[in-house]
Structure formats: structure tokens, C-alpha cells
Ligand binder design. Structure first.
Ligand code: MG
Length: 318
């Protein structure tokens, strides 16, 4: 797949299998995104090797918070009840549009297929070209459709301001990560932009783990939190804090196999707040189809998540 950091051809990760004394088996996936600031695969592997073949519950719980992806995998693999559902039987999925001039034609095809929330990567080409395409795109979308823009941190203050002036007159659901988290003064700039323009802003790359979510909740972030459960470590406690703050949350994939996808989607269905279209419209993605999460469709049913087969991924890898 193509990312803001160039082509990404191999998804490296780790699959964890835990079996308890009673013989109950669970699976979890370590799916790091090191450019977000998570651990690397090599680092995660070292932590798991250190734990060894036989572990106690206490050892699993003592893995430090900075190994958020490892903690997510271990929590997922521990046998026990899956997170409860918030009563929803299905949830809409956001369609991913290609960057650049192919977006309007693709949006028409996807709208025909039933998608109503679309995400378009911006900050990739010349701004004037992208503004013209933005209007073409709106002309293609059916009434009531929602459009998300994702800049992946590509803009500086001046570009962000000019874009947000444009967006103010258009029905953009939100603009994701207008400036990079490591840009100078990024936190103040993001808070300032969120206060100055009517289009909501979303944090994605700014949230590399639970501690980042805590920081932005403390800062009173008024926009959307893009939550990738696979990066969060203790997903339960982070989601509890977000729910208590009545935060706007959009769940998103970290590009997992079916194992991580099942865990992450269970959390998305457990969210008690408003249902926004899920950012999980990425599969099929892998050369070996046994690794794929649920194929992108306008909706996903809670029941379909339970049909994913972690054991098949494990077998495919063995
Ligand atoms: Mg994003």
C-alpha cells in the first residue's frame, strides 16, 4: 500500500498464542507503526522472548506501558470474555479514496456500492490542484455523504489555514492531522487551528499510545480522536477515559491481519459513544488472503467479526 512515507510492501508483526492451564487458547497480534512512535517489531520480539514460554498473569500485566503494541497483543490473547458490545449490530465503514485525480471517479463507484463516508488523502500534490479536485469530489458524492480529509501532517501553519478556510464552506466531516506531531510548536498550533476554524480536526499521528490520549484529553482537545486499538496497550482504560470525557472517537486499523483486526473491531463495537464510520476499509491487502481482515464493504456486522478465524492465520504462519 501507499502511505505518506512512501510505498509499504511488507507488513511485519508478531502473533502471540497463549494457552492457559485449562487448555483455553487465545491469540493476539503485535502490529507496530514505528513512524507513529510505537515500538519496533525487533523491540517487541525481544520483550516477548524475555517473557519466555511459560508466563504468569502478573508477568503479562507488568509489561511496561511503552510497549503498547505488545500489551495489546497480550491482553487480546488472554482468554476471557471479549469486550461487550454497545448494542449495535452493525457499523458503517469509511471508504478510502486514492490520492490525486483518480478520487472523484473512484468515489462515484464506491457510492454506487453503498458507501456514504469517504476519506481522501490530501497534502500529496499541489494545493490548487487538490482544491479543484475537492469540488469535483463533492459534485460526485450523493446527498448526505460525509467526506474526511487526511493530511498526514503534510501542512505547515500557512497551508493548514488556507485549507481550513476552504473547508469552512464545505461539508467536511473532519480534517485529520493537518500538521505533523513533531513540527515545532505542533501541539499549540493544533489547538489554535481547532479553535479558529469551524471544521473539526482529528488527531491520528499525534496519538501513538494511551499516554498521548491522556495528554490530549488533559489539554481539552475539542476535535476527534482517531483511535487505533492495536497501538493502545491497555485499550479498556483508555476508552473508559475517552468515554468519560464524551470525546468524539473514530476507530481505525493499524494494518493488522485478521487476528489484530478481530481484537480491534471488538473494541470498536464496545464503544458506548456515537458510532462514526470505522476506518477499517483496507482489506483485502495481503498476498496470502488467509491473513486478511474483513473485506471492505459499506457496513460490517458485529457477527462477522466473530467469524474471523485467528487459528487460520496462526496455521498459515506455522
Ligand atoms: Mg490518518
Amino acid at each position: 500500500m501507499r502511505t505518506a512515507h512512501g510505498p509499504w510492501t511488507v507488513r511485519e508483526g508478531l502473533v502471540v498464542r497463549l494457552e492457559d492451564e485449562a487448555g483455553a487458547v487465545g491469540w493476539g497480534e503485535v502490529a507496530p507503526l514505528p513512524w507513529f512512535g510505537t515500538e519496533t517489531v525487533a523491540g517487541a520480539e525481544a520483550v516477548l522472548r524475555e517473557l519466555g514460554k511459560i508466563v504468569t498473569t502478573a508477568q503479562l500485566e507488568q509489561v511496561p506501558a511503552r510497549w503498547g503494541c505488545v500489551r495489546f497483543a497480550l491482553m487480546s490473547a488472554r482468554s476471557g470474555p471479549a469486550p461487550g458490545r454497545a448494542g449495535r449490530d452493525y457499523s458503517p465503514i469509511a471508504a478510502l479514496l486514492p490520492a490525486g485525480r483518480d478520487a472523484p471517479a473512484r468515489a462515484e463507484v464506491l457510492a454506487e456500492a453503498g458507501f456514504r463516508t469517504f476519506k481522501w488523502k490530501v497534502g500529496v500534490g499541489d494545493a490548487a490542484d487538490e482544491w479543484a479536485l475537492l469540488d469535483d469530489l463533492f459534485a460526485c458524492l450523493p446527498a448526505g455523504a460525509k467526506l474526511r480529509l487526511d493530511a498526514n501532517g503534510a501542512w505547515d501553519r500557512r497551508h493548514a489555514e488556507r485549507w481550513l478556510e476552504r473547508c469552512a464552506e464545505r461539508p467536511v466531516e473532519f480534517v485529520e492531522q493537518p500538521v505533523a506531531p513533531d513540527a515545532r510548536g505542533a501541539d499549540d498550533l493544533l489547538l489554535g487551528l481547532a479553535a479558529d476554524y469551524p471544521t473539526p480536526l482529528a488527531l491520528d499521528e499525534s496519538l501513538a499510545g494511551g499516554e498521548d490520549v491522556d495528554k490530549w484529553l488533559d489539554a481539552g482537545w475539542p476535535g476527534v480522536f482517531v483511535v487505533k486499538p492495536a497501538l493502545l496497550g491497555d485499550v479498556s482504560s483508555t476508552l473508559t477515559k475517552l468515554a468519560a470525557a464524551k470525546a468524539a472517537v473514530v476507530f481505525s486499523t493499524a494494518i493488522e491481519t485478521a487476528i489484530g483486526a478481530q481484537s480491534a473491531l471488538r473494541w470498536a463495537f464496545a464503544w458506548p459513544g456515537e458510532t462514526r464510520a470505522l476506518g477499517f476499509g483496507v482489506w483485502p491487502l495481503f498476498a496470502d488472503a488467509r491473513f486478511d481482515g474483513p473485506a471492505a464493504a459499506p457496513f460490517i456486522r458485529a457477527a462477522d467479526i466473530e467469524h474471523l478465524k485467528p487459528e487460520a492465520v496462526w496455521t498459515a504462519l506455522s
